[in-house]
Design a protein around this ligand. Structure first.
Ligand code: PRP
Length: 202
């Protein structure tokens, strides 16, 4: 499957390209190396995505499907920027395989509560890394005969070895680094940081 054209401005962030904004690096929490995307940058882009999605889904009622746990923050922010009637559900999935490597086989820990047959579904992801989780989810949901399935992701890592995956709306492309904040965690911490930051590795 080829990667469709991305909607909205495609921001490619090179390592170290953005190191500004809140908070300054002297007041970062322990374990955080630097800010990659400030809160303002994230919120501005989410407003843009919300406006674009509001236009696309105007007059319809999409079902937003958030992928737990990481997407809970993006889901809350994005859905409030969509000035249309919509519905929200969450799925929880777990990847089989090594802790550090996705196997591509995903176990559903929490499924949707309602049928998506004939519905317009928008998958809401915090980050696409290898692409395996999203590809598996797309496959599962398409088998349920929705009218349409689209994908919005806040972040996508620039990885040469990533699997081609459908992304209809994207916040930012980022370097292949371990990032946290805006829902993303490291050892179950940092999900509530309002910016995207790189974890200190040394
Ligand atoms: C993250 C993210 C995606 C997945 C992307 O979830 O939310 O679902 O990894 O990785 P992939 O593209 O390599 O498949 P994670 O497994 O970290 O769970 P969490 O959201 O509960 O932290």
């Amino acid at each position: 499957m080829s990667l469709p054209a991305l909607s909205g401005p495609k921001l490619c962030l090179n390592e170290g390209a953005i190191n500004v904004g809140t908070p300054d690096d002297t007041s970062l929490p322990d374990g955080i190396q630097r800010v990659l995307l400030t809160e303002e940058q994230v919120q501005t882009r989410i407003q843009e995505l919300g406006a674009e999605l509001s236009t696309y889904y105007a007059g319809r009622k999409p079902l937003l499907v958030g992928v737990l746990t990481g997407a809970y923050v993006f889901m809350a922010d994005l859905s409030r920027e969509m000035k249309i009637s919509l519905d929200v559900e969450f799925m929880a999935v777990s990847s089989y395989g090594l802790a550090t490597q996705t196997s591509g086989v995903v176990r559903i820990l929490k499924d949707l509560d309602t049928s998506i047959e004939g519905r317009e579904v928008l998958i809401v992801e915090d980050i696409i890394d290898s692409g395996l989780t999203l590809n598996y989810l797309l496959d599962i949901l398409r088998r349920r005969n929705p009218k349409d399935v689209r994908v919005v992701a806040l972040l996508k890592k620039q990885r040469d070895d990533a699997h081609p995956v459908q992304v209809d709306y994207l916040g930012f492309e980022i370097p292949d680094e371990f990032v946290v904040g805006c829902g993303l965690d490291a050892g179950r911490e940092f999900r509530n940081l309002p910016y995207v930051a790189v974890v200190r590795t040394e």
